[in-house]
Design a protein around this ligand. Structure first.
Ligand code: ARG
Length: 579
């Protein structure tokens, strides 16, 4: 189905054409004065310039045509040439009923036939997931689900950091500590905790000890060349790290289709270097190979990008470029999106410029860095542990879960197991909604009280609204499937406002996809829940005596619930039965 806005735009365009004007003037938007009308069209102003006529005259002609259309209850001119539109209740009720009963839920499938590779998460082997990994994970997960609901085929790839110097550092340290490995190549038993201890230790040591650092670099280069002793240990490190990561991501409801790493692009590095060479893009600089990616119009300097170090090893930029080749080969994606911290903007600018110069993907392929801002603590600085250290992602989640458990303990419903599962869902909802309601590129402050509250723009408020609708529908004992929805009329301003909000679902999802920003879905879900609350507080629903009014109101309940559940699903949040 088309979004409501598109459908109305089509009708108004036809009216402009019928009056002899360019149909492009017919763009409809949601009205910013809902007290006056639901939608508006401002095309008469642009038309006035084209046809040298007063905008008001054009608006009046077009409104007269629209008045004849049963879709509109009202089509009036206002001010100097606005066209104010209100759709008929029949049309509105028919639209939302059809949408909730349609396979794609009324969401226009703008992505049908196109693939997006979505790169998010970006954890590093042997380093614990920390608070900085939270935002890319949940924003990426939401974008994946949102784009899928608009018909895109989305392949999510975690793009593990498994190929750089951090690998060499950890191996060098293990080699020093473990004589069995050093002398006989016996692979030690490793745990995630051990790796979490070794990496920071080795990283600090490399800053003080030049010899150690040189050794780590040498090992990195040897690992990349395939030295079996290092490969074997490296494989075990990945296994241990990845299973720990999977556990942590699963608690947050985040998962990936591909667990590829930087190392998986290694087979494409020679080909990449060949292309760069053939296109005369490589320049030697102090033994390393670089690509100049600066452009004349740059306002800030864009330094050359190193693609091969003097010891021939690959670095971050090399594997990112090679990964583009790999993704093009595997999926021919229409888009490759990267949800990565805003502090990596320069890196992606360089990588994308180089990829374009080298023609690694067709011109039409979109390469986009979707930068994420930072989650801050109450002091406005990146969220820290109490003693000022970097907070592990699992510790952060545990803190929120503890608070959710405390709150749910007071509930009169549910067994202990149900309470535990509900507490987890509430924790995830608090974290994700609290994050995603902000535009992804903005920083925000994590506030436990606010994020957990069942009032305001929170995940808990939406969970609560769904639980409330469930309880209304359960009590009637009637069929509450979307297929059973029948809306005979909209009997009040609140019902009309709720139906109108429900009709905007497709528009909200498409805005989120086009802007690559989940906050459009959050805002929309919140507005829908608010419209429902107003309706609920002012009307009898199950207790209504008129059969058609009652059925219509229950229908609005079903529609609202279905949309809210879908929106939360797009955000990666699961509904709860009780709170
Ligand atoms: N592992 C990287 C880091 O910790 C993030 C990876 C993001 N994705 C990418 N294709 N570069 O900074």
């Amino acid at each position: 189905m088309q979004s409501m806005i598109k459908e109305l735009t089509e009708k108004v365009s036809v009216a402009f054409a019928a009056c002899g004007y360019d149909e492009k003037l017919g763009a409809v938007t949601l009205s910013d004065r809902q007290d006056l009308c639901q939608f508006q069209c401002n095309g008469a102003f642009a038309g006035a310039k084209l046809y040298r006529k007063a905008p008001k005259m054009i608006a009046q002609e077009v409104a007269a045509v629209l008045e004849q259309n049963p879709v509109f209850a009202k089509a009036e001119t206002a001010g100097a040439g606005f066209i104010n539109l209100t759709v008929s209740d029949d049309f509105l009720a028919g639209y939302v009923t059809a949408a909730v009963q349609e396979a794609h839920f009324g969401i226009e499938q703008i992505g049908a036939g196109q693939t997006i590779v979505l790169d998010y998460g970006g954890p590093n082997v042997a380093k614990p997931l920390h608070i900085g990994h939270l935002r890319p994970a949940i924003i990426g997960e939401a974008l994946k689900r949102i784009a899928r609901s608009a018909g895109y085929q989305v392949v999510s790839d975690v793009h593990l950091g498994d190929w750089g110097l951090q690998m060499g550092l950890v191996i060098a340290e293990i080699e020093e500590r473990d004589s069995n490995y050093r002398e006989k190549g016996v692979i030690p038993e490793l745990t995630a905790d051990m790796l979490n201890e070794i990496y920071p230790f080795a990283s600090k040591k490399s800053k003080e000890d030049e010899i150690f650092k040189a050794r780590a670099k040498e090992i990195t280069a040897l690992l990349q060349k395939g030295e079996p002793k290092y490969r074997d240990l490296w494989r075990v490190m990945i296994e241990v790290s990845v299973s720990d990561m999977k556990r942590n991501y699963a608690r947050l409801g985040v998962d990936f289709d591909l667990w590829n790493g930087e190392s998986d692009a290694a087979p494409y590095v020679d080909e990449l270097m060949g292309i760069l060479e053939q296109k005369h893009l490589l320049r030697e600089s102090e033994g390393a190979l670089v690509v100049d990616v600066a452009e004349e119009s740059d306002k800030a300097p864009v330094p050359p990008m190193i693609v091969q170090k003097s010891d021939h090893s690959s670095i971050y930029a090399t594997t990112d470029l090679a990964t583009i080749l790999q993704r093009q080969r595997d999926f021919s994606p229409a888009k490759i999106w990267y949800v990565v911290d805003i502090r990596q903007s320069l890196h992606f600018l360089q990588v994308f410029r180089c990829a374009r110069m080298a023609g690694l993907v067709p011109e039409s392929t979109e390469l986009a860095h979707l930068p994420n801002g930072t989650m801050n603590g109450p002091d406005g600085k990146p969220f820290k542990t109490r003693d000022g250290g970097v907070m592990k992602l699992s510790d952060f989640y545990d803190t929120v879960l503890t608070e959710a458990r405390r709150r749910i303990a007071e509930s009169e419903y549910g067994s202990e197991d149900e309470k535990e599962s509900t507490a987890n869902k509430i924790a995830v909802a608090a974290i994700k909604f609290g994050d995603l309601i902000n535009h992804r590129s903005k920083d925000y402050i994590f506030e436990m009280e606010k994020f957990m509250s069942s009032e305001g723009k929170t995940g808990a408020y939406l969970l609560y609204t769904i639980a409330r609708i469930n309880s209304i529908l359960r009590k009637t004992g009637e069929n509450a499937e979307p297929a059973a929805v029948r809306i005979y009329g909209l009997y009040s301003a609140e019902e009309r406002a709720l139906a109108l909000e429900a009709a905007m679902a497709s528009h909200a999802v498409l805005s989120a996809v086009n802007e690559k920003a989940p906050n459009f879905v959050c805002d929309y879900a919140y507005n829908l829940a608010c419209a429902f609350s107003k309706f609920y507080h002012n009307h009898h629903i199950a207790g209504e005596t008129d059969a058609q009014v009652r059925a219509s109101r229950l229908g609005l309940c079903v529609i609202t619930r279905e949309i809210l559940v879908r929106c939360l699903d797009m955000l990666g949040i699961e509904p709860v039965d009780f709170m």
